[in-house]
Design a protein around this ligand. Structure first.
Ligand SMILES: N[C@@H](CCC(=O)N[C@@H](CS)C(=O)NCC(=O)O)C(=O)O
Length: 112
């Protein structure tokens, strides 16, 4: 059984997870959640992800995790054939995390 991704193809964070899965050759069972129809506000979805965002990943053992950055790090750590996309080396990994967190920050204002 492969992990299930609750997602919508038009959503940028969902696309980041899809690209990551593709890069490591992992098949995902994709379930579309039309958040503009409030499908993410159901009690069932809230049980998986109390923050009620997409994407949410449910692994084959029932483990549920949300936030695209956390999902990508998890998938690569668990399913990639090597650690080249998310190195175990502390400093290399710190740089990857910096890039992942960059888009969550307001630093654009100071970049030019
Ligand atoms: N930091 C989150 C952002 C997720 C997010 O904001 N997803 C949007 C869709 S692109 C969403 O779920 N919106 C529903 C809502 O805000 O009610 C991630 O990277 O997964």
């Amino acid at each position: 059984m492969c992990p299930t991704l609750y997602m919508l193809a038009a959503s940028p964070p969902c696309r980041a997870v899809l690209i990551t899965a593709h890069a490591i050759g992992l098949t995902l069972d994709k379930k579309e959640v039309y958040f503009f129809r409030d499908e993410h506000l159901t009690p069932e979805y809230q049980k998986l992800n109390p923050q009620r965002t997409i994407p949410t990943l449910v692994d084959d053992d029932g483990f549920a995790i949300w936030d695209s950055h956390a999902i990508m790090a998890y998938l690569v750590s668990k399913y990639a054939k090597d650690d080249s996309l998310y190195p175990k080396d502390l400093k290399k990994r710190a740089i990857i995390n910096q890039r992942l967190f960059f888009e969550s920050s307001a630093a654009f204002f100071h970049m030019n």
